[in-house]
Design a protein around this ligand. Sequence first.
Ligand SMILES: NC(=O)c1ccc[n+]([C@@H]2O[C@H](COP(=O)([O-])OP(=O)(O)OC[C@H]3O[C@@H](n4cnc5c(N)ncnc54)[C@H](OP(=O)(O)O)[C@@H]3O)[C@@H](O)[C@H]2O)c1
Length: 337
Amino acid sequence: MTAENLPLKPFSALRVYEQDAGVRAAIETISIDDLSAGEVVVRVAWSSLNYKDALAITGRGRILRGSPRIPGVDLAGHVVASGDARLKPGDAVVATGYELGMSHDGGLAEYARLPADWVVPLPAGLSLHKSMMLGTAGFTAGLAISRLEQLDLAPANGPVVVTGASGGVSMVVIDQLAQLGYEVVAITSKPDQVEPLRALGASEVLLRDQVEMGRKPMEKARFAAAFDSVGGETLAWLTRVMQQRGLIAAYGNASGTDLVTTVFPFILRGVALVGIDSAATAMPQRMRVWQRLAADLRPRHLASMSQEISLDGVVGACEAIVAGRHSGRSVVRLAGG
Ligand SMILES: NC(=O)c1ccc[n+]([C@@H]2O[C@H](COP(=O)([O-])OP(=O)(O)OC[C@H]3O[C@@H](n4cnc5c(N)ncnc54)[C@H](OP(=O)(O)O)[C@@H]3O)[C@@H](O)[C@H]2O)c1
């Protein structure tokens, strides 16, 4: 049976309309023909919220292409119809990134239709629910660690700093690094997150407004590696405080997009600045990272860093994310299970 001839009852979807005055998000009843085209139809069990979804749903960032559009860069569920030989009805699958929730309808609906090339079989050892506790955040965390390991990141190199520490990506990074044996220094703006971050495995938690970032082209070398979700002045500071051959994974811009630094950290300390682009990760590497997320990079504290919400809680959660009031992962129940 192909996706095109599948009979389905109307179902619920969150749709965002672009308007002159901004965006309007509404839960609507739609049919399969309203979805973007693709060879595979998935009954969505769970989705999750990421910073990009919050920008799209609140209109704070220009993420969506097309209106109305179903946001949601993540989804996990069961295939109900497939026009591609690699996937068959009943298969449990995960999809994150690519154009999902941008120019292609995403995961915040009871059904999704998408290209087969974007679909990852659920790795053995992960439930659909856990795969969305991870979602793009967990995938980005695993990708960032894998990329730095290719440049010889190892626990013996020295302490590793993680910024925006109470955010989804960074919480997963902290959990993963701690269980791999790294000494992790977390930086957060939220005093009430100090103890939860220690519980994840951070050996030291610094409050952002107490970190003296200085202005010199180079500061005292402190960290062997950095995982940054913040960008802006914080990322510039990180370049100045890395040890010789220090490694920085830059995956976010929660505080800004500018990067003002000098060449000195790069030519005098051999610092490497590695950009992390989870949405565009090619399928072979994507599969390898998902396999590791079910094995040695499987976080130990996923449940305590995640909260479950329903489709009608999505807009409120997104407002909290853009206001910096959110912590951890919000997992969205669709069919559940
Ligand atoms: N490159 C990729 O492939 C990729 C994939 C996923 C996400 N991202 C990006 O990574 C970043 C984090 O994503 P996320 O899903 O983890 O978001 P999130 O859960 O909302 O976390 C962002 C965290 O950044 C910190 N923060 C927020 N506003 C800030 C500000 N003005 N100044 C400094 N810190 C601020 C906060 O942590 P504290 O309060 O603890 O400091 C917040 O919890 C976002 O920029 C997102 O777009 C990139």
